[in-house]
Design a protein around this ligand. Structure first.
Ligand code: KMT
Ligand code: NI
Length: 179
């Protein structure tokens, strides 16, 4: 299959839990595409020499890459960073992440401002468009190792919501019309 995604419940319980609705309301790759979210499945065991990854990087212009391990005692300022990652925010550029080990959730807002939770597992590469409101959390396994890709020199700056007046936000919202 592909990637699993679903609409979230509104409970304040632990962010690391799945937060599925009951009954579950899943979200297809097609629906994600309409939001500008794109996905590839790769073989993470061979990421260092994978021609498929090379092809994507070349075609998409992902010249920059680094690897981040998100785990207590491995990531400096772990608690603080996780808190930041889970604040609803946007970036001026696409956010591109490839899960090499472990798993995690990316949450994105749909066109009606509902939260969609995207379960990312080993081998999943995702791109979130510039201007989309989103957030990130580990799941209950508390560990992931991810490749961060970027077009040119990376800019990690996040703008927390509300950032509705930003050009990139307006451009993103306009891109949703008629799709
Ligand atoms: C972001 O901007 O939300 C992040 O970089 C999330 C953590 S990277 C796996
Ligand atoms: Ni982000």
């Amino acid at each position: 299959m592909g990637l699993e995604a679903w609409y979230m419940d509104g409970s304040d319980e632990d962010q690391r839990k799945p937060h599925r609705l009951n009954p579950n309301q899943s979200v297809s790759l097609d629906e994600l595409r309409k939001l500008g979210v794109f996905y590839w499945k790769l073989n993470a065991d061979t990421y260092e020499t994978d021609p498929e990854l090379e092809k994507i990087r070349k075609e998409q212009g992902y010249s920059y890459m680094d690897i981040i391990t998100i785990e207590r005692d491995r990531l400096p300022n772990y608690e603080e960073k996780l808190k930041m990652f889970y604040e609803e925010h946007l970036h001026l550029d696409d956010e591109i992440r490839y899960i090499l080990e472990g798993q995690a959730y990316f949450d994105v807002r749909d066109s009606e401002d509902r939260w969609i939770r995207i379960a990312m597992k080993k081998g999943d590469l995702i791109t979130l468009p510039a201007g989309i409101y989103h957030r990130f959390t580990l799941d209950e396994t508390n560990f992931t190792k991810a490749m961060r890709l970027f077009v040119g020199e990376p800019v990690w700056k996040a703008y927390n919501r509300p950032a509705d007046d930003f050009d990139i936000r307006q451009k993103y919202v306009a891109s949703l019309q008629g799709s």
